[in-house]
Design a binder for this molecule. Sequence first.
Ligand code: PLP
Length: 390
Amino acid sequence: MIYMDNAATSYPKPDCVYDAVDDYMRNSGASIGRSHSAAADAAFGIVSQCRQQLALLMDAESASNVAFTFNCTDSLNLLLRGILKRGMQVVSTQLEHNSVLRPLNDLTESGVSHKLLEFDSQTGLIDCKDIERELTQSSVDLVVLSHASNVTGVVQPVKEVAALCRAHGALLLLDAAQTAGHLPFSVREMDVDFLAAAGHKGLLGPLGTGLLYVRPGLEERVAHVRSGGTGTVSESAQQPTQMPSRFESGNPNGPGLAGLAAAVTWMSDQTISQVHDLIQERLSQLCNGLTAIDSDRLHVFCSDSVSAGRNCGVLSFVLEGIDSREVAAILEQSFQIACRAGFHCAPLTHQRLGTIESGGTIRFSPGLFTTEQDINWAVEAVQQLCEFAE
Ligand SMILES: Cc1ncc(COP(=O)(O)O)c(C=O)c1O
């Protein structure tokens, strides 16, 4: 089976990730930060090292600015529900995933309003002028932006948006679900206040891992949504206020974090730039192959973003006249290609792209272990489907 669904979760992982999870389960298994046995200390060390490596990878001020969560959805919920209060205003975009859209919709019942800005369906980009207009016209508290869409892969101009937020006193939350591990970036250079990411996608860790970066000093503005044991200041019945324990109640996902630690060490050894270049190579091959297919039925979305170097590693397409979910089923059954078709938990993106009728898009997201031959086969499969559909 050729796995082309790395935007959902990366697979396979480097061998060291499997080994680290197995080793943790068999030889440590202790509760992290709770007791002081040798095994518990070793487990705590693994998690601390993971935090340190992630902070280095993202260029965070310190490891304590990174809180572990269970996935990107968890990070986004902790932040949105923790910071937004009655009367606050949020600006976001139609590119967002349901992990942003649904909490924002829930929060309207608590008196939090939001506005979702359109994007250009050809380029896949938001227009910074729209953001500037909103920030100028009303008192916006928070801007929430997908670093890259999980439908088109197009990377958004985050530095420009951050500069506008800074100038108008709004905070910026970046959803880096699709970019963490795929693009080398610095939270300080991008000048974001909060960043949510998954550990199990581009960062190559196991499912059940995620992270939330909070700029130093801002944690006090984010109420904790979960409270409980943190293994720190246990003599107090109050939730600790400091990062990261403020947001880390209950036993963490030890095996998952051990795997993530191994993945991030592996990624740092390879260097994230090399990982990025490799994925871009496969993506360009895929994009060139698909756009060269001579068929009026085939529509590849935002393909120019690939040659412009503005795509994190995701391509969506439709075959006119065939439901996308049916195409994906044929790709799996007849060509042994696993991909994701449908609406990708991003219904407004599909509305804007005009892909509701086609049952969404078919999404190919190559990963680090996708080979040149895999891409050739994927292009050949789409070519054959186009011929069959004529
Ligand atoms: C842009 C975006 N945000 C958030 C998420 C949610 O990530 P998770 O599955 O880790 O909760 C995804 C998942 O695909 C995503 O693509």
